[in-house]
Design a binder for this molecule. Structure first.
Ligand code: TMP
Length: 201
C-alpha cells in the first residue's frame, strides 16, 4: 500500500532523527519505505538547492526564492515521489509544500493566497496522506542549530523570522486539522518517536 508522509517544522526541530526512527519502524512492519527531502532531490533539485541555500554570491529575493522552491518541488514530485508511490512505496519526505507556505508566505511575507496557489500547483496534485509537524519553542530550535554548526542561508535568519515561520505552521494546522498532526518535540528522541508511532499502529 503506497502512502505519502511528510515532516514539517522549523529548522532545528529534530525532523531528521524522527524520520529515521519512523522509517525503521515502518520497515520492521513490512512496508517498503523510501526517504526523500526538499529541496534538493534529483539533478535539477541539487542545482536549485545550491542556488537558494549555499551560494552566497547570488542574491535571491523572496519571489525568486518562492519560484525556485516550487520548481524544485515539481521536479521532485515528477521524478521521485510519483514513481515511488506508483511502485507501492511508503514515501517519507523531509518537508513539502507546507514549508513554502510557512517560510515564503509567513516568513518572507509574500501574500498568502499567491503562495498557496503556487505551492499547490507545484505539487502536481500529489497530496500528503499525513503531515507530522514537530513542535518546539523557537529559541530551543535555534540553540540546536547553533550547536550543530551546519548552517545554511535560512538557518542564519534572525529569531523573528523563525518565529513568523512557526506562527505560520500553527496557522496551517488550524486550517487542516485532519491532515497535519502536531507532535510535541521537546522530549527525548524515544518519547517523540512513541508519540509519532501512534498514528501508524
Ligand atoms: P534543510 O534541508 O536543512 O531543512 O534546509 C532547507 C531550508 O529551506 C529550510 O530552512 C527550510 C527552507 N525551505 C523553504 O524556505 N521553502 C520551501 O518550500 C522548502 C521546501 C524549504
Amino acid at each position: 500500500m503506497s502512502r505519502f508522509i511528510t515532516f514539517e517544522g522549523i529548522d532545528g526541530s529534530g525532523k531528521s532523527t524522527q524520520i529515521k526512527l519512523l522509517a525503521d519502524y515502518l520497515s520492521s512492519k513490512g512496508a517498503k519505505v523510501f526517504l526523500t527531502k526538499e529541496p534538493g532531490e534529483g539533478k535539477l533539485g541539487e542545482a536549485i538547492r545550491t542556488m537558494i541555500l549555499a551560494r552566497r554570491d547570488i542574491e535571491v529575493k523572496p519571489y525568486e526564492e518562492l519560484f525556485l522552491f516550487c520548481a524544485d518541488r515539481s521536479h521532485h514530485v515528477r521524478e521521485v515521489i510519483q514513481p515511488k508511490l506508483e511502485d507501492g512505496y511508503t514515501v517519507i519526505s523531509d518537508r513539502y509544500y507546507d514549508s513554502t507556505l510557512a517560510y515564503q508566505g509567513f516568513g518572507r511575507g509574500i501574500p498568502h493566497d499567491f503562495v498557496f496557489d503556487n505551492a499547490k500547483a507545484s505539487s502536481l496534485g500529489v497530496e500528503p496522506d499525513i503531515t507530522l509537524f514537530l513542535s518546539i519553542p523557537v529559541e530551543q530550535a535555534l540553540l540546536r542549530l547553533k550547536n550543530r554548526g551546519r548552517n545554511n542561508r535560512m538557518d542564519e535568519e534572525p529569531l523573528e523570522f523563525h518565529s513568523r515561520v512557526d506562527r505560520g505552521y500553527r496557522e496551517l494546522m488550524k486550517r487542516d486539522i485532519e491532515r497535519i498532526k502536531e507532535i510535541e518535540a521537546t522530549g527525548s528522541p524515544e518519547e517523540i518517536h512513541t508519540e509519532i508511532k501512534r498514528f501508524f499502529e
